[in-house]
Design a protein around this ligand. Structure first.
Ligand code: HEC
Length: 192
């Protein structure tokens, strides 16, 4: 009986370790720093939902007459970069963000008012990687299911982020837990 118990425990431990290794190899740490293909494309971050959640916009629009249906935009940042920001008020090299777009639904279940989040509409990402991009930050669109994406031209993304982001190309003015940190470290530059 005792031998059987020992065997069961040993088998469970072995499976546990095997599971950990398999999981660790494909995602976890390696996924929260940018990975590129040989053609300089960014690999879609798979586990961004396990990163740090910063905030959600609802129907945010950057032109006076937006004509598309409002979406939720959920912003996530890789945990290592987040911890550096909390300690210094700045983003380290290899910082990676994901902006996740989801439909804003209002009819469903018991809901009588307001909006809740629905299906995925696409993800975008940004990375700070000066060794690879002379403009330091680069921006990518993955849509619903692209596995890799090329950097977008500056006029589509970078220009607006650089002109209006309150801290180093990022929109910390819209991330309520980060804004006071940046102000404390003096890295917050009020922008229009
Ligand atoms: C006209 C201005 C503007 C343009 C152009 C723009 N963005 Fe943004 N972006 C924003 C704003 C505002 C936020 C904050 C969103 C929120 O709070 O939900 C944001 C947030 C982000 C974030 C989260 C990290 C951060 O920098 O704060 C990513 C990633 C991102 N955008 C990617 C892109 C990509 C990719 C493109 C080009 C396809 C793009 N953006 C074009 C205004 C812009």
């Amino acid at each position: 009986m005792r031998t059987v118990m020992v065997l069961i425990v040993a088998a469970a431990a072995a499976f546990g370790i095997a599971g950990f290794v398999a999981n660790g190899a494909g995602s976890q740490r390696s996924d929260s720093v940018p990975q590129y293909t040989v053609q300089n494309q960014l690999v879609r971050p798979q586990n961004y939902r396990e990163w740090i959640y910063l905030s959600s916009g609802l129907g945010m629009a950057y032109s006076p007459n937006p004509n598309s249906a409002p979406l939720f935009t959920n912003v996530f940042v890789a945990p290592e970069a987040y911890r550096k920001f909390v300690a210094t008020g700045t983003w380290p090299e290899k910082t990676m963000f994901v902006l996740e777009e989801r439909a804003a639904s209002s009819k469903g279940s018991i809901n009588q008012g307001g909006h809740f989040q629905g299906e995925l509409r696409g993800i975008a990402a940004s990375v700070k990687d000066s060794s690879r991009f002379p403009s330091k930050w680069a921006y990518f669109n993955f849509g619903l299911d692209a596995k890799t994406a090329s950097p977008n031209p500056p006029e589509s993304c970078w220009n607006c982020h650089n002109a209006h982001g309150a801290v180093d190309n990022t929109f910390v003015q819209f991330y309520p837990t980060l804004k006071p940190i940046a102000m404390k470290f003096g890295t917050y530059k009020p922008k229009e």
